[in-house]
Design a protein around this ligand. Structure first.
Ligand code: FE
Length: 191
């Protein structure tokens, strides 16, 4: 199977001033594309040649896993945003957040703290566990919760390539911007 860069539902400048057109051109246009090209080059003549992306993530190791997970993670991340959104969770999603974290503000605080305390490159995830309750987990490098049987709900890419052009070393400022563009209507559908 040939994986392809998914077309985003917004323009490259749509997330400004929070994430710049330049960052999206590199992060989506170059980094995401490179993971897809690498994966397409790695899987021919392996048992993953015709596998679904989720299967590769659950079963592969080494470079095949790394590139497959980075493809999935970036698609999940880029499809969490909308132009001119400063939304909040509603309904069952809001109830689950309040039940687990107290308030939406408390949740954002905990997720932001997990993001700023992750050493090096990785991903912060809001996941639904086997009991149906929410958890925040940190994953290094290409880590993906599907491997642990957890259902991904929201993720933030904290590799420096996600924010260095806009915020340099200031990961907390990138997190502030992240909350301005998350589209909770999209996130709720995953929950
Ligand atoms: Fe990234």
């Amino acid at each position: 199977m040939k994986f392809e860069l998914p077309v985003l539902p917004y323009e490259m400048s749509a997330l400004e001033p929070f994430i710049s057109k330049k960052t999206l051109e590199f992060h989506y246009g170059k980094h995401h594309q490179t993971y897809i090209s690498n994966l397409n080059n790695l899987i021919p003549e392996t048992k993953f040649e015709n596998a679904q992306l989720e299967t590769i993530i659950k079963e592969a190791e080494g470079p095949v896993f790394n590139n497959a997970a980075q493809v999935w993670n970036h698609t999940f991340y880029f499809f969490s945003f909308s132009k001119n959104k400063e939304s909040e969770p509603q309904g069952a999603m809001a109830e689950a957040i309040n039940k687990r974290f107290g308030t939406f503000a408390d949740f954002k605080d905990a997720f932001t703290k997990a993001s700023t305390s992750l050493f090096g490159s990785g991903w912060i995830w809001l996941v639904k566990n086997q009991n149906g309750s929410l958890e925040i987990i940190q994953e290094s490098n290409a880590g993906n919760p599907l491997r642990k049987g957890l259902k991904p709900i929201l993720t933030c890419d904290v590799w420096e390539h996600a924010y260095y052009l806009d915020y340099q070393n200031k990961r907390p400022e990138y997190l502030n911007a992240f909350w301005k563009i998350v589209d909770w209507e999209v996130i709720e559908k995953r929950f």
